[in-house]
Design a binder for this molecule. Sequence first.
Ligand code: ADP
Ligand code: MG
Length: 634
Amino acid sequence: MADREIIIGIDLGTTNSLVAFMSGDAPAVIPGEDGVNLVPSVVALDEKNQIIVGNAARKYLIETPDRAVYSIKRLMGRGVDDVQEELKLFPFQLADDLQPGEVVRIRLGEKTFTPPEISAFILRQLKRNAERFFGAPVTKAVITVPAYFNDAQRQATKDAGRIAGLDVLRLVNEPTAASLAYGLDKKENGIVAVYDLGGGTFDVSILKLHDGIFEVIATNGDTHLGGDDIDNLLIRIALDDIRGDLGLDVSRNGEAVATIRKAVIEAKIALSSQESIKLDIDLPGDKRYRREITREQFEQLIQPIIDRTVGPCKQALKDAGLKPEQIDEVVLVGGSTRIPKVRALVKDLFQREPHIDLNPDEVVALGAAVQANILSGGSTATENMLLLDVTPLSLGIEVAGGVTDKIILRNSTIPASASQHYTTQVDGQTNVAIHVLQGERELAKDCRSLARFDLKGIPPMAAGMPRIEVKFLIDANGILQVSAREQRSGKQAEIEVQPSYGLTDEQVEGMILDSFDNAEEDFRQRQVIEAGNEADTILAALEKGKKSPAWGELTTEEKKTIARLEKMLVEVKTGNDYQAIRKSIDELNQATIRLAELMMDSAVTTALKGQNMDESNADEGPTAPHPMAKAEFK
Ligand code: ADP
Ligand code: MG
């Protein structure tokens, strides 16, 4: 691990986020301090204005909802005008002073944060989990994004990484990552369908594998469909029952609704592995709501919800020009695909038994770790593998008459580049305005405006004479660069598309310093504490060793060295240079190897003499100072 740089793989999800790494030949998820792999994508600001992330932040959603936020992924890379739809469905609290065309800011208590900053808090938590696990700073990552994410959303994800102090080496599409986790790249050829039903979103992607190379050939989905819909349905049914059977209306009692939500989610999850479940919920006024739900009833209830995934799947197949029987592999992604009925539906749709060996809510992070390993040069089998993805919407420019001229078509594989030639409309025209657009609509005003720039200084020529080449280049991360060049004069202008609703470099810089400095300081402090603890352990063990008969067998020279190193460790331990403490621990460990061996020998001899070794150990305490393996941070 030490000789090769650690690159982590991150699934930054709408509902849950995870971090994984390559452990030998197989990817593995890194658990949080609580031992749990999934970090809920929830961020809250506590009373002391400290940021809380994950499970611990959940209670704020109920207790102080104005200080908590979830599903922030929905707002990534989007402007005020973009998010009106989301605001109807989610309790996002925007800052009061937002201007149209500005990056949205979310209010938590008295503070406001941009979506990349909120996502950065989640990323920083994952980074810390990884750092605790490795006992070393982690600064490089691969992060996954939905295949349909546009340029602005991808850029915002990269910004979030930077703000969290992570160098984002690559953004990988989620379905591509899932396929990688299953090692489908080892197959030579084939078509893979990835069905991803998470908490709040549904995505389906069709990938083509040729000679071990992935190409996303179509994507579709529904940005408001997932496990949340099932939860809400079950809550509604419970509320109706409670009103009908118990004559109690608790629909406006936040705490009661939260209790019901928790209970029905547990029931839903249990029904994925059990045939029936008994709901038993305590309600205000000493009332109880009891009901048994069988899997059959549950399946009937959710049928209309899961049926909504059928249309997008058919559309994706159609876009890819494929029939279901042409699909070779089906990959399940997202916690909601644990539901047996969903699996049956997928099998039916694609006429294939889906892969289910990996946890569907972990598979994207695992694939991100595989990609990270490829980038770190750690993989041999997949060394030459190039990952291709598609651009979800067409990209082009506005031409005369307000018409969109597409340059890169939707569902084109990336990295991609394409160019078109244009000319001037007016005699002597020296400037040309390039308006970069994204979308399928004919008129520029109906497409999304990504950027504008001018090509200036064209020598005056008759209209139609200049030959202007406009070139679009999308890199492997899906980030767009546009250049325009007048070929007769060589005049050139270009722009890396700063998405209309992106943060400026300065803004990102400003945000980084804050959280990055803190993260470094936090890391250092943790290291000092942990090294200090380790030093205490070895010093205490040495005290024991000095009282053992083995001590008498050491030479004067050995004892002197140990005494010198012991004194040194006691000294550096009081400072806060964790590297010095570690070095000193290592030296003392080295110097006491023979003492440890002698103590071991005498313990064994004692045991052989008929004494119980456990007992002798019990007297002596652990047989330290054994040369300690380097401290593990788990
Ligand atoms: P996302 O990709 O949206 O961040 P996940 O893939 O983690 O989300 O999926 C979360 C959803 O999966 C939640 O709605 C959760 O309730 C649901 N889920 C998790 N486990 C199960 C299960 N065993 N049965 C049914 N639904 C489940
Ligand atoms: Mg997901």
